[in-house]
Ligand binder design. Structure first.
Ligand SMILES: [Zn+2]
Length: 158
């Protein structure tokens, strides 16, 4: 396991949400959620364990329970805020410096061109030919998601 001190995800973590106000969305004692940097998609989120973990198998049961809840809560918030048709949930953690477990929660718009569907959606993250959304848009959608997550949950109807 790479040393925590060499981990860029650990370096970015902070108990102080005001440190990254432009893309901070939520956090609890196990997980933090922020808007991805360099995404061409508004609402592309990254869900990261607060603890240095490089494989999902090393998450505690408590972290795992919170993970499931966050994945669904964030997906619901993305539906409400972005109007997406569904969300993608992806975890690889292969890029150098980012071995720390992180889940991409990506709003998949109705009408997303087929060339960007499924794993090809990563052509919309950090690629020069697909410019990132403006920082003002990151701030706007992050604030809207944060506000949505603060509102009381509406029970699902079945
Ligand atoms: Zn780490």
């Amino acid at each position: 396991m790479p040393a925590e001190s060499a981990c860029l995800s650990c370096a970015q973590d902070t108990q102080d949400p005001t440190r990254h106000p432009e893309n901070w969305i939520a956090s609890d004692k196990h997980w933090r959620i922020s808007h991805a940097v360099g995404a061409a998609v508004a609402g592309w989120l990254v869900l990261v364990p607060r603890r240095h973990v490089v494989t999902i198998a090393d998450l505690t049961d408590e972290e795992a329970a919170a993970l499931g809840t966050w994945q669904v809560r964030l997906s619901r918030a993305l539906h409400a805020v972005t109007g997406c048709a569904k969300t993608y949930v992806v975890q690889f953690a292969e890029r150098p410096g980012f071995a720390h477990v992180h889940f991409h929660i990506v709003p998949r718009a109705d009408g997303l061109p087929e060339q960007f569907q499924g794993p090809r959606v990563f052509a919309l993250l950090g690629k020069p030919d697909q410019p990132a959304i403006a920082s003002a848009e990151v701030t706007r959608v992050s604030a809207a998601l944060h506000a949505h997550l603060q509102s009381p949950p509406v029970p699902a109807t079945s």
